[in-house]
Design a protein around this ligand. Sequence first.
Ligand SMILES: Nc1nc2c(c(=O)[nH]1)N(C=O)[C@@H](CNc1ccc(C(=O)N[C@@H](CCC(=O)O)C(=O)O)cc1)CN2
Ligand SMILES: Nc1nc2c(ncn2[C@@H]2O[C@H](COP(=O)(O)OP(=O)(O)OP(=O)(O)O)[C@@H](O)[C@H]2O)c(=O)[nH]1
Ligand SMILES: [Mg+2]
Length: 456
Amino acid sequence: MLWDDTIAAISTPKGEGGIAIIRISGDKSFEILEKIFKRQNPNSDLGFSKLNYGFIKDGKKMIDEVMVARLKAPKTYTCEDIVEINCHGGVVVSQKILELVLKNGARHAEKGEFTKRAFMNGRIDLSQAEAVMDIIHGKTEKSVSLSLDQLRGDLRDKVNSFKKALLDITAHVNVVLDYPEEGIDDPLPKDLRDNLENVYEEANRLIESYDKGKKIKEGIKTVIVGKPNVGKSTLLNSLLREERAIVTHVAGTTRDVIEEVINIKGIPLVLVDTAGIRQTDDIVENIGVTKSKEFIEKADLVLLVLDASKELEKEDREVIEKIKENGKKAIVLLNKIDLAKKIDLKEFDLENVVEISAKDNIGIEDMEEKIYSYIISEKVEDSSEKLVITNIRHKTALEKTKEAIKNIFETIDAGLPMDLISVDLKEALDSLSEITGEISSEDILDHVFGNFCVGK
Ligand SMILES: Nc1nc2c(c(=O)[nH]1)N(C=O)[C@@H](CNc1ccc(C(=O)N[C@@H](CCC(=O)O)C(=O)O)cc1)CN2
Ligand SMILES: Nc1nc2c(ncn2[C@@H]2O[C@H](COP(=O)(O)OP(=O)(O)OP(=O)(O)O)[C@@H](O)[C@H]2O)c(=O)[nH]1
Ligand SMILES: [Mg+2]
């Protein structure tokens, strides 16, 4: 049986560091430690949850000077006996110690197996296990903060409250079905119906929160477009505060697509600088132009750069039209405002216009403010008090729940017999159980834990 064996792995990143940690979990952890850990005074008590100084030895051969802790089941990360060996952070020693631990009876842990045990042993639910991984992968404070809410069990608690409402109704339905002679004709008492409506609305709100959750977690895909030579690459460099893209006075300098990530108040903006859009016979440039157009389609936000020191040209109008027809969120940047302004935008009804000089760093902060308020805060800001989901698996499960509840209402409102809602009640409950992992196939678990690192 999988859970009978003792697993071990290096839990710190590969490479050189101050300290590396080898983690062991399972029944044989303490026994293994006994065989390989030597101290000045072998009779002193190792205790629990405290670091002990000593040496790891393979027989007589010294492997490293270490600190070790024993953690006693069940109040541990995995709910099993755990040993943590803190050794010097070298690639060779940590690997040697791991091999020694394996030689003495442990098996190498699979990806995410420590956390999987925490889940299997009931310390955390599946949504909390997923949060552990999201914290590790989190690239901004805000995304980590959402994951920490989830790790604390906020989503689990919410899902369990949904389940309670559905179970109350299930109980009621069973009574009605079991005692038809009671003559309960009102199919659903008002309080139960209110609760169900509440679940429906909250589930819906969570489903809608996924969009912002995803933006916080994965970032906002932003593309910088405009005619050649208007200053797109200069803008990218200015936002990055480094000379990343090549800037020249020659139109058509950028041919390939350059992608970089910046952070606006904790939200990642995945910025793409593209080739200037114009008709050209140059094959390489043309590929670039085609790509820029594709990027507009895929982007969450378009930064359209215009040269304010020139009058509008046909190509500018084309790009503006293209963005308008796609209904894209766009911010228009009037660049080169350090020069005399000639541009006139009256013919267009444009909402978000910011004057900047990418070269002299004028208006860049205003622009960042604008991006934040336009794309981010209008949708995301209220996430501080309210639960936000960031995982497509959760969204899909909630959609199934919502659909099932909708069916329940339709059945009831059509005055159909009570037993017809049993199937939908079960469907709603099962979908919710997928989120917390009470119902989970090997597939789902493999998918969730397979994305972890070894040693987590
Ligand atoms: N050295 C070390 N640092 C670490 C971890 C670890 O496993 N080892 N963690 C690993 O990811 C994280 C901390 N997460 C943890 C979560 C739960 C428990 C745990 O033992 N929970 C017990 C209660 C412990 C107590 O109250 O004293 C429990 O819930 O029953 C430990 C670590 C980050 N830092
Ligand atoms: N005066 C002034 N010149 C600027 C400004 N921003 C960019 N430029 C100049 O405009 C020229 C073109 O800048 P780039 O950033 O290469 O323009 P681009 O839009 O990336 O051009 P392509 O890659 O060819 O499409 C360079 O000479 C820049 O120094 C600005 O704010 N003011
Ligand atoms: Mg360029």
